[in-house]
Ligand binder design. Sequence first.
Ligand code: SIN
Length: 174
Amino acid sequence: MIEGRNAATWVFGYGSLIYKVDFPWLRREVASITGWQRRFWQGSHDHRGTPEQPGRVVTLTRVPGWRCKGVAYLVEHSVFDHLDHREKNGYERIATEIRFERDGETADGVFYIATPDNHAFLGDAPIEEIAAHIARSRGPSGSNRDYLLRLAEALRELDDRDEHVQALASLLRQ
Ligand code: SIN
């Protein structure tokens, strides 16, 4: 955290925050956090589904030693009003150490996580079932398919081979 007049914090994005950047940032860095794995285990009632028919979006699950790649943004504290609202359906902010790809330096920051005890959590399911769920879901922010395929493309651009995301994207493209 940077204190003072220009108070700012690093926020690490691993899902839609990588490709849908609807907030101002001061710095943007390709980065990773350790000990977390990306999974389409969170229900979406407000973006890619509805309360009656939730979509499936990503959260992180604890896997010691696992490196999750994404994008970190240095943002002014006022930006969290917008981000907290955007991530309100079951996500909470937690602290993390962020490692920057460019130079291996680290910084303290936060990320949004949807833990298994939140009301919208869906959890694991066979990969074909998750793909079928995504294929039929849609919400105010657009189709769940678009969320998945844009994330898969963004991760490809970051040179990240996320097998869970790529397997789902292959099933959706079939
Ligand atoms: C994130 O992108 O970091 C959180 C999950 C999402 O909004 O897709």
